[in-house]
Design a protein around this ligand. Structure first.
Ligand code: CMC
Length: 429
């Protein structure tokens, strides 16, 4: 363990206090750096910068460990369910039977959308990406609940948590129904969280639809795996926007936009499109591995690499197993799964990927399961967003409740022109 840090610059020096985490991680506290030295730090992409202390999720990228509130992800996947995990993330402890019942009831009571919100969907083109709809409808919720959006009022926060968790599956399913021109299906509160979502996605008024319990269970597991991942791009966005005391709907809507990007949650859609491309190009896996290594090509193996995991992504390992199980149970023989296996095998032996520690991440196999379940590719990132909702809420809540929170406002080093005089337009060449 480091005992102290000292910064030496020019002929001066300053001691910098250390902050210790419960898993022996250490940070150099630079809160007084600028005031005492005039210096700021520079860290593109915040790869070495802690933005907060947090008691929600622990991950160790070297050892492939992921824990929510101290519980291993494998343990939660085997023994828990998404409702319980949501409670755990948001309130810090596993719920008692009565607590989880109350939580579930509260969420169930808020699943419907205000009828006027339905017309919002009509304003969008039919081929609108569902992530755009998801973000804008979530933000629009703040206009329907104006009497309960004060982020500093605990009662407002409590009900907003239920509304967000309850309505996100309805908002998501409506986006899909809009894109295929089918009528919106109202939520059924007697169904479980995942069964209700599947029903709103895939049932039609004209015939009976039965939710497959294996698919329901696999979806629940996928939601658990996506539920939180500490200070990733979308979560940091939620915290950043929330730090200005914007309401929770606005902050989470911004997080949804951040998740949409192909380097983040949007990668699950890109993975499937990439596998399809390789399939249509005659299964030439090696060609695409070579292309990913070529610095002039701009092509990356989607679903490979991670900022933090440098050995393996524990979520990807669980998803891979589930993927094999779901597909064999459904009797599906997807050639894209074979390509995914081949790609993984080739890439994991290739020195480029080995040296750069690039392994399959959570998005690599999830798309194949989603496809088998009947979801179109445009919905993949939406599924990630539904799973991530409790994590965003928990992180937002922790940020709001922390005495250390200040408005997020990084510094910069200016590299532009020095002061110059305005030149009238007729004198410019
Ligand atoms: N294919 C080929 N080369 C790669 C890849 C890849 N998927 N990922 C990273 N590299 C190379 C990259 O070119 C760089 O090489 P060099 O050092 O020679 O310049 C090196 O590996 C380090 O990459 P980086 O972009 O500096 O790493 P990062 O930590 O900034 O980015 C990442 C992490 C996940 C954005 C990146 O690995 C990537 O773009 N992966 C593909 C997209 C993806 O699967 N995203 C999902 C991430 S997991 C779930 C989530 O967060 O939503």
């Amino acid at each position: 363990m480091v005992k102290k840090a000292q910064l030496i610059y020019d002929d001066k020096s300053m001691d910098l206090p250390l902050i210790n985490g419960t898993e022996n991680e250490q940070a150099v506290d630079i809160a007084k750096l600028r005031a005492q030295s005039g210096l700021v730090t520079m860290d593109h992409g915040y790869a070495n910068t802690g933005a907060c202390t947090s008691a929600i999720t622990f991950l160790d990228g070297e050892q492939g460990i992921l824990r929510y509130r101290g519980y291993n992800i494998q343990d939660l996947c085997e023994n828990s369910n998404f409702m319980e995990v949501s409670y755990l993330l948001i309130y810090g402890e596993l719920p008692s039977p009565s607590q989880v019942e109350e939580f579930r009831n509260n969420i169930t009571r808020h699943t419907m959308l205000h009828e006027s919100l339905r017309s919002l969907y009509d304003a969008y083109p039919r081929d609108a990406h569902p992530m755009a709809l998801l973000s804008s409808v979530v933000c629009s919720l703040s206009t329907f609940y104006q009497d309960a959006i004060d982020p500093l009022n605990p009662e407002h926060v409590k009900i907003s948590i239920f509304r967000l968790l309850a309505k996100i599956p309805t908002i998501a399913a409506y986006s899909y129904k809009k894109s295929i021109g089918q009528p919106f299906i109202y939520p059924i509160n007697a169904l479980s969280y995942c069964a209700n979502f599947l029903n709103m996605m895939f049932s039609v008024p004209a015939e009976h639809y039965e939710v497959d319990p294996d698919i329901e269970k696999a979806l629940d597991l996928l939601f658990i795996l996506h539920a939180d991942h500490e200070q990733n791009c979308s979560t940091s966005t939620v915290r950043m926007v929330g730090s200005s005391h914007a309401n929770m709907f606005a902050a989470i809507s911004a997080g949804i936009c951040a998740l949409w990007g192909p380097l983040h949650g949007g990668a699950n859609q890109e993975v499937l499109e990439m596998l399809q491309l390789i399939y249509e190009d005659g299964n030439n896996v090696k060609k695409y591995v070579e292309k990913a290594k070529d610095k002039n090509s701009n092509f990356r193996l989607m679903g490979f690499g991670h900022r933090v995991y440098k050995n393996f992504d524990p979520r990807a390992q669980i998803i891979k197993k589930t993927c094999d199980k779901v597909l064999s149970k459904m009797g599906i023989n997807d050639p894209l799964l074979d390509i995914a296996h081949q790609l993984e095998e080739v890439a994991l032996k290739d020195p480029y990927f080995v040296e750069k520690k690039l392994y399959p991440n959570v998005d690599f196999y999830s798309g194949i399961i989603y496809k088998a379940m009947g979801f179109p590719v445009e919905m993949f990132t939406v599924l990630f967003a539904i799973g991530r909702m409790p994590g965003w809420i928990a992180q937002w809540k922790e940020m709001m409740e922390s005495k250390d929170t200040r408005i997020g406002r990084p510094r910069q080093i200016y590299t532009g022109q020095n002061q110059r005089k305005y030149v009238p337009i007729h004198k410019r060449s």
